[in-house]
Ligand binder design. Structure first.
Ligand code: ADP
Ligand code: MG
Length: 273
């Protein structure tokens, strides 16, 4: 299951000079340019409010950029309505009145597949996230980490090509987060989707990613792209290694630089807005 990025992996999507100005006048992104290759695990790292969620929503086709282009190299954009994109939000956003299987069924239901026909796929997704025994449990009976596992199973049940995750573990305690980090890497290695993961945690981005895109403060631009050369599978031994510490330091320094650049580029007027 060891994986490294192959030079033959093709570009999947590129953002070229993407900007987003909301009707309120807030400029969330300005001139954001980066590419993601198939099978990569890329993190978008930046401070709160720098436009990470906006970039992810643009990639998901949920909102349109105001400027620039999103180019899908394989042709058409993956179709969220056909289950080609899995989206995991910061909150698990489960339906409280439906049990675990019912929640995971949702994307297949929206694609017109009934519960009974969907059950093998629902069970497989739940098994992958370690919740095989919980299909009839209700969200209120689950811990925060288990709810997030259900949310990940729901995103994976359609076997999407692209998995977009927006700070999915930010609200969890550290031990639960570490476990979910490990399980997410196992899933990614097995399923071979392309993963784009938003976080404001340097430590989490280094642990998970094959590459980190460091963004400036709002309006978000790409300040640096840092390859994380450590091999997969990554385990707790990586988390306590000197390589990991050195990479975290390098990424932290890039983040500090990104914030300083922003001060120079914008002055205090726009920052206060
Ligand atoms: P991040 O995910 O990095 O914390 P966001 O992409 O959510 O940042 O937001 C970037 C900026 O855009 C923030 O200032 C936020 O308040 C603003 N913003 C996000 N969504 C909207 C919206 N729908 N309308 C107006 N402003 C928005
Ligand atoms: Mg966000």
């Amino acid at each position: 299951m060891a994986r490294s990025l192959q030079t033959t992996d093709l570009p999947l999507v590129s953002l070229h000079g993407v900007g987003k100005t909301f009707p309120s006048g807030v400029v969330a992104l300005r001139d954001a340019t980066f590419s993601v290759r198939e099978h990569e695990f890329v993190s978008l790292l930046g401070p709160s409010g720098c436009g990470k969620s906006t970039a992810l929503r643009i990639l998901a086709g949920l909102i349109e950029p105001s400027d620039g282009d999103v180019i899908w190299h394989g042709g058409a954009a993956p179709d969220g309505s056909k289950g080609e994109i899995g989206f995991v939000f910061q909150e698990p956003t489960l339906m409280p009145w439906a049990n675990v299987a019912g929640n995971v069924h949702l994307p297949l239901k929206l694609a017109g597949i009934g519960r009974e026909a969907a059950m093998p796929r629902i069970r497989e997704a739940l098994t992958r996230v370690g919740l095989g025994a919980f299909e009839t449990a209700y969200p209120r009976e689950l811990s925060g980490g288990m709810k997030m596992r259900v949310s990940i199973a729901r995103a994976l049940v359609t076997q999407p090509k692209l998995l977009l995750m927006d700070e999915p573990f930010a609200a969890l305690d550290e031990i639960t987060r570490f476990r979910l980090n490990n399980d997410l890497l196992t899933l990614w290695a097995a399923m071979r989707q392309t993963a784009i993961f938003v976080t404001h945690s340097v430590f989490e981005s280094v642990y998970l990613s094959s590459r980190i895109i460091v963004m400036t403060q709002r309006p978000g631009r790409v300040h640096a792209q840092i390859a994380v050369d450590a091999p997969y599978p990554r385990t707790e031994a990586f988390r306590t290694s000197s390589d990991y510490a050195a990479l975290c330091r390098k990424v932290s320094e890039a983040l500090v630089e990104a914030m300083a650049q922003d001060d120079l580029a914008q002055g205090s007027g726009e920052r206060a807005a």
